[in-house]
Design a protein around this ligand. Structure first.
Ligand code: PLP
Length: 360
């Protein structure tokens, strides 16, 4: 028997979630964000399931080329743009859309030798308050003028920016970002892109011509106060394992490394073949929920590399071989993430290669 640690990826749920984007932002085109191996779900698998996206978004040209090698045809947006001069011609040839957020990238375009009509397509990025990537408002129009006069750049550019606090529905930071974005780009009359998943769901004024949803495609809520199903989404990744031992541990005895959990009474303790070496968060504390045969039980003790232990007092009939769900259908990843003081994004990204992927 092989070790039972697998992740089921529902392509039906992926398609449902893309429809949810279309319903929320019916007048926008969609860049489905599939960076970091499709948030751990497999970028090629996700791109195939979401083939009617208008474009895909990734972090680097390597991620984009992986899609082309698999026969994925739509345009691919490079969210951080190019890193080296030799990427310009590859991007132009492959129809990758280059984010331009810094003068060093304009210089690479200018010295590329490309000429219209065989020019590169770019998305020029404005910093409206995130202070990560993008031109500050005072330098934006000169960057745009420089791109417009560069023969290597196609005239059909898009203007973009990124939201810092859209997951907080009550924050006026987003209103301010929208206002600054509109004000700075209004004279250009070019297609605009501002919304991530939180923008798609909570801030219609951010939709503009292109939206860039990521996490919601995977069925995960971008908000701290909800889970995906509350937002009309379906979980895509369900992580499963099995009980590989059931032990009867005496009152006062401890379980696992560091003896962080002591049995308050004689009790059954289940051992699950899934640990931080599979991508379970090592900092998940005792009490983090786990499903055994579809019923919630608390994780107890420290997370090991290959295993976790669970309290089976409410499941005295549980046996070796019984099914365990770590997160996904029936147990929102957001809940597990909150218990471990992180976010669902990180948990799904962290699934390790030894976890078998089963498409459902
Ligand atoms: C990752 C990313 C997104 C998607 O964000 P989600 O919160 O996952 O929807 C959108 N735009 C940019 C620039 C990104 O880097």
């Amino acid at each position: 028997m092989t070790r039972a640690a697998w992740a089921e990826i529902s392509t039906t749920a992926l398609r449902h979630n893309l429809q949810r984007v279309r319903k929320a932002a019916p007048h926008s085109r969609i860049v489905s964000i599939i960076k970091a191996n499709g948030y751990g779900h497999g970028s090629v698998r996700v791109a195939r399931a979401l083939a009617d996206s208008d474009a895909f978004g990734v972090a680097s040209i390597d991620e984009a080329l992986e899609l082309r090698a698999a026969g994925i045809k739509p345009p691919v947006l490079l969210l951080e743009g190019i890193f080296e001069a030799n990427e310009v011609t590859i991007a132009q040839r492959e129809n990758f859309l280059i984010t331009v957020h810094h003068d060093a990238q304009i210089e690479m375009l200018e010295s590329s030798g490309l000429k219209r009509p065989n020019a590169a397509h770019v998305w020029v990025k404005l910093d409206t308050g995130m202070h990560r990537l993008g031109y500050p408002p005072g330098k934006f129009s000169s960057a745009v003028r420089r791109l417009q006069s560069c023969d290597a750049v196609a005239p059909d550019f898009v203007v973009s920016s990124h939201l810092a606090r859209a997951d907080d529905r009550g924050s006026d930071a987003t209103q301010n970002q929208i206002a600054l974005f509109e004000q700075t780009v209004s004279g250009l009359n070019r297609p605009r892109s501002l919304a991530n998943s939180a923008g798609v769901l909570a801030w219609p004024a951010t939709h503009f011509e292109w939206v860039r949803p990521g996490i919601m495609l995977y069925g995960i809520s971008p908000f701290v106060d909800s889970v995906g199903t509350d937002e009309g989404l379906q979980p895509v990744m369900t992580v499963k394992s099995k009980l590989i031992a059931v032990n009867h541990v005496s009152r006062g005895d401890s379980v696992g490394y560091g003896a962080t959990w002591q049995c308050p009474e004689d009790m059954p303790v289940g051992v699950v073949a899934f640990g931080y070496g599979d991508g379970y968060p090592r900092h998940a504390p005792s009490g983090t929920p786990v499903l055994v045969n579809g019923i919630r039980v608390p994780m107890i003790g420290r997370v090991s590399m290959d295993m976790i232990t669970v309290d089976l007092r409410t499941q005295p009939g549980a046996r070796v071989g019984d099914f365990v769900t770590l997160w996904g259908d029936g147990l929102p990843v957001e809940e597990v993430a909150r218990a471990a003081q992180t976010i669902g994004y990180e948990l799904v990204c962290n699934i390790k290669p030894r976890v078998r992927i089963v498409e459902t």
